[in-house]
Design a protein around this ligand. Structure first.
Ligand code: ADP
Ligand code: ASP
Ligand code: MG
Length: 449
């Protein structure tokens, strides 16, 4: 058994869906679970619609809904699907969306629970259309709703998996289907809580769904199909000559995604690591390319920087306190950030002040925190850059470190060079204006050399 997950761009047009169907059809391994994302851009549109429905007028609401419905009916039309079941199901989903948004409008507020319900329609629509299409071309498939097995708690918008229940439900709902079907299609991203209310696993969560299903069915491999030819030495949309990395360790892939490479959801890796399932990242639009294989541990060691990654906007927060020593500051702030469950990308001390680089969405909590009321907290929006390479990269490789520092300082008069939270990365916080130039130079001088 294998799992194949196709991301938003892979199902974003009728042609892309045909391409996905061809990949599934040409794969000679018999039993497969196909996990689909919503069509590209649709989750954003649904979330926008949900939030806006609380205060826009009826006409505006209907026109936003129609945009989403027409987008999908155009795909159905271009695929030439002629199925009364699809028409019926599609009409039901459309009606649900209208009614649900009307409900949000009447209440005048959109709760996280409503956000999840509405954003789940993206995956429900993409899987429904794909399912009907592949049936028409003669594949032996079944569609299984992910809410039946992806059991979570009720933390809407980023629900936590109830692993025992999820594995049990996968064994009840998916495995028996393989007795009479070869291909099971299901939604990524969607789950449901103990009261059968729809939840979601967080943005980009379909990769995680794929890894969880892979773990539960003991898949031979998990293939993440996307719009680039694997994991590259930098985001190919930013650095045109970035090259695909053929093989990487879980550790490197996790770091890369944690530090900003959108290609994989970080959590994707965990269920696979634990069960030694290889994850392969491949290009839907160039399926013959090998892509990147992510293996459980590095049987090889890298001696140079393998990839550069960035986050365009992060919060650089300075913490000053008159009485605490630097070690005390580090431990108090470190603990505080932990309780915030905050992604902390780097730490550093400059002249007795402590700095942390954190995701922007947690910034507000800092100024309101009672336990930090004696602290002076400053904040700046910056870009973050990480170069990922060998273990203990900053100590064992003074040459790499000095090239890195030199490039950062070349474009930025006041860069802040910090210790990343990992020994495998060199990190810096820079002015957003210089991000692209700095990325290009780092790539050409540290990787292309
Ligand atoms: P999907 O919709 O298939 O889930 P995503 O948009 O989530 O795809 O992720 C794929 C995108 O990740 C690529 O289009 C690429 O721009 C971006 N990306 C960022 N960093 C990297 C990297 N180092 N290697 C490959 N892709 C990257
Ligand atoms: N559709 C969801 C999102 O856009 C999940 C995913 O694509 O992985 O975040
Ligand atoms: Mg993705």
């Amino acid at each position: 058994m294998i799992v194949m997950k196709f991301g938003g761009t892979s199902v974003g047009t009728a042609d892309a869906m045909k391409q996905v169907a061809a990949i599934v059809q040409n794969d000679i391994r018999i039993k497969k679970v196909i996990v689909l994302s919503a069509c590209s851009g649709i989750t954003n549109k649904l979330l926008y619609l949900a939030k806006k429905s609380a205060y826009i007028d009826e006409q505006e609401r209907i026109s936003l809904i129609e945009e989403i419905i027409h987008f999908h009916s155009d795909i159905i039309f271009s695929l030439g699907i002629n199925s009364s079941i699809l028409d019926e199901q599609f009409t039901l989903i459309a009606k649900d969306i209208y009614e649900f948004c009307e409900g949000i409008s009447l209440l005048g507020e959109c709760t996280p629970r409503s956000l999840d319900r509405l954003s789940s329609f993206g995956e429900l629509l993409s899987t429904l259309i794909f399912y009907e299409y592949v049936q028409e071309i003669g594949l032996d498939v079944e569609l299984v709703n992910a809410s039946l097995f992806m059991t979570t708690d009720s933390t809407y918008t980023s629900a936590n998996i109830d692993y025992d229940s999820m594995i049990l439900q996968v064994h009840k709902t998916i495995i028996p289907k393989f007795e009479h079907k070869d291909i099971i299609i299901t939604q990524g991203f969607i789950g449901s809580d103990a009261n059968d209310i729809v939840t979601t696993l967080g943005r980009g969560g379909s990769d995680f769904s794929a890894a969880l299903i892979g773990m539960a069915i003991k898949a031979k491999e998990i293939v993440i199909w996307t719009d680039v030819s694997g994991i590259a030495s930098a985001d190919p949309k930013l650095i045109s000559n970035a090259h695909t990395i053929e093989k990487m360790s879980f550790q490197e892939a996790r770091l890369l995604s944690f530090f900003g490479a959108k290609v994989l959801h970080p959590e994707t890796i965990l269920p696979a690591i634990k069960h030694n399932i290889p994850v392969i990242v491949k290009n839907t639009f160039s399926p013959h390319e090998k892509g990147t294989v992510i293996v459980s541990d590095s049987s090889y060691t890298v001696s140079k920087i393998i990839s550069i990654t960035s986050k365009q906007a992060v919060g650089l927060v300075g913490f000053t306190h008159k009485t605490f020593s630097i070690t005390q500051k580090m431990s108090i702030i470190g603990e505080f950030l932990d309780t915030l469950q905050c992604d902390t990308y780097a730490f550093g001390c400059i002249e007795n002040n402590m700095y942390a680089v954190i995701s922007l969405d947690k910034i507000n909590f800092l100024s309101k925190a009672e336990s930090l009321k004696d602290w002076e907290i400053s904040y700046k929006e910056q870009s973050f850059i990480a170069a990922i390479g060998p273990n203990n990269v900053s100590n064992k490789n003074p040459d790499l470190l000095s090239i890195f520092n030199e490039i950062i300082c070349r474009y930025n008069s006041m860069p802040i060079l910090l210790s990343g939270i990992s020994e495998y990365a060199l990190c810096a916080v820079i002015n957003q204006k210089f991000l692209h130039q700095t990325l290009i130079s780092l790539h050409s001088e540290l990787i292309d050399q």
